[in-house]
Design a protein around this ligand. Structure first.
Ligand code: LLP
Length: 423
């Protein structure tokens, strides 16, 4: 039975026909509706807040334009992300630079661009920033990344707030390091930051983080540091497949604001500006990937493999984190009669399982397969493994669609190769 899969108002088979596959499709409307839900949550709680989109989830110049236009702030984690934002004309005042090992060049780029904030990760880095700001004679507003020692109960590779982690200042030495800034003429400590992990669905972990961070913030305020911002990072998990555990920041945020109010206002202390840094929550559901089904291989008594024209090169998450995805055949409705349990594999020369097991509607060679919720950490983590050219990214804005990142060509793949003179 035919059924068009309409994504954000667009027929996915038409998109595949017009732009080719594999194809990343990204919806501005979904991104904005996710952002609106967070804004509403803060506003209904009456909080002073700022939403910093975490660029590592999905970033390119067009997305920067949208975020800038919407007044969202941006978390960048490298010189490349910072460059992208600046090239797009993003307001530097709303950019933050992160990173557990920023290079001197990256720090210089941030200072030269006059970005709003640098999140300092270590005592080492603080010394570098002190020296650079003295050299330039310009002030830097900084936040300190603190490791609150909270287990976010997520995949070990993205569980970043536990005691044993490369990120942030351990809680027990934080105050000592932070108070050093009082002697630094060009360094202004304006706040604290923490990020406990990604794809977190455990509300208790976020609550513990908020309480520990508020405690330290309060202690520093009382010791005379004029802090004004508390950044609790990102990490809000989403449901990749129906039935997955989910987390609803729209419900959590007002609760979190209330708790933090309890810690500050009841004591007559000024409430900090509350900041969050969601990446996945804003962008994952705004993206799908369209593939063309190639080989369908039935192994008697074992399983059926459905292979698509992309795979771990455009989505390494299943291979890296055991991530699971939902997919559907675009032109055919799934019914009890046509449902076929299959494994979806990529085309890489290794076992690049994209989806371990899923029911698809009688998948056939030439069908278009849509994998959902690929808007975060797919395009940004793509590689050229097997010399596969990276797919194009198409943006959907209302009724409009257009390429925002061109598909790579074979020529692109060799364009940076060089032959040394002895060959
Ligand atoms: N802020 C900081 C300092 C971060 O390190 C991250 C993510 C975020 C915010 C945004 O986290 P989100 O809201 O997107 O969960 N590649 C992994 C995710 C790594 C996340 C790293 N940091 C994945 O594909 O699941």
């Amino acid at each position: 039975m035919t059924e068009h899969f309409i994504f954000s108002g667009h027929d996915t088979e038409d998109l595949a026909a017009e732009y080719g596959t594999p194809l990343y499709v990204f919806s501005e409307d979904i991104l904005l509706s996710k952002a609106a839900s967070l804004k509403n949550a803060f506003e209904s709680a009456g909080a002073d807040y700022e939403i910093n989109y975490a660029g590592k989830a999905f970033l390119n110049t067009a997305v920067c334009r949208i975020l800038d236009r919407e007044g969202l702030s941006l978390d960048t984690a490298s010189g490349g992300e910072l460059y992208t934002a600046l090239a797009a004309g993003f307001d530097p005042a709303r950019i933050t630079l992160h990173g557990s090992n920023k290079s001197e060049r990256e720090l210089r780029e941030a200072l030269e661009a006059g970005i709003g904030r640098i999140v300092v990760d270590s005592e080492d880095e603080l010394a570098r920033i002190d020296a650079l700001t003295r050299e330039y004679g310009i002030r830097a507003e900084i936040l300190f990344r603190i490791n609150p020692g909270v287990d976010a109960h997520t995949n070990e590779l993205i569980n970043t707030g536990k005691t044993d982690t490369k990120f942030g200042l351990p809680l027990d030495c934080a105050a000592r390091v932070i108070l050093q800034t009082a002697q630094m003429p060009y360094v202004d400590t304006i706040g604290l930051h923490a990020h406990i992990g990604s794809q977190v669905t455990d509300e208790e972990a976020f609550v513990a983080e908020a309480e520990i961070m508020s405690g330290l913030y309060r202690e520093l305020l009382e010791r005379g540091l004029p802090l004004r911002e508390l950044n609790l990072g990102g990490g809000f998990g989403i449901a990749y497949r129906t039935g997955d555990e989910t987390f609803e920041p729209e419900i959590y945020i007002p609760k979190m604001v209330e708790r933090i109010r309890g810690i500050f206002e009841t004591e007559g202390l000024p409430m900090p500006r509350l900041m969050i840094e969601p990446g996945r929550f804003l962008s994952a559901e705004a993206g799908i990937t369209l593939y063309t089904i190639g080989t369908v291989k039935e192994i008697e008594g074992v399983r059926t493999y459905v292979s698509v024209d992309g795979g771990m090169a455009d989505n390494p998450r299943p291979a890296l984190y055991g991530a699971d995805y939902e997919a559907l055949v675009c032109g055919r409705r799934l019914t009890p009669e046509n449902a076929k349990k299959v494994r979806v594999s990529g085309k890489a020369c290794e076992t690049d399982t994209l989806i371990g097991e899923i029911e698809l509607a009688a998948p056939r060679t030439g069908d278009i397969l849509a994998v959902r919720h690929t808007g975060a950490y797919n395009y940004t983590m793509a590689s050229n493994y097997n010399r596969l050219a990276k797919p194009a990214v198409v943006l959907l804005s209302g009724e409009k669609s257009g390429v925002i990142v061109e598909r790579e060509t074979y020529e692109d793949l060799t364009s940076r190769d060089r032959i040394p003179d002895w060959l």
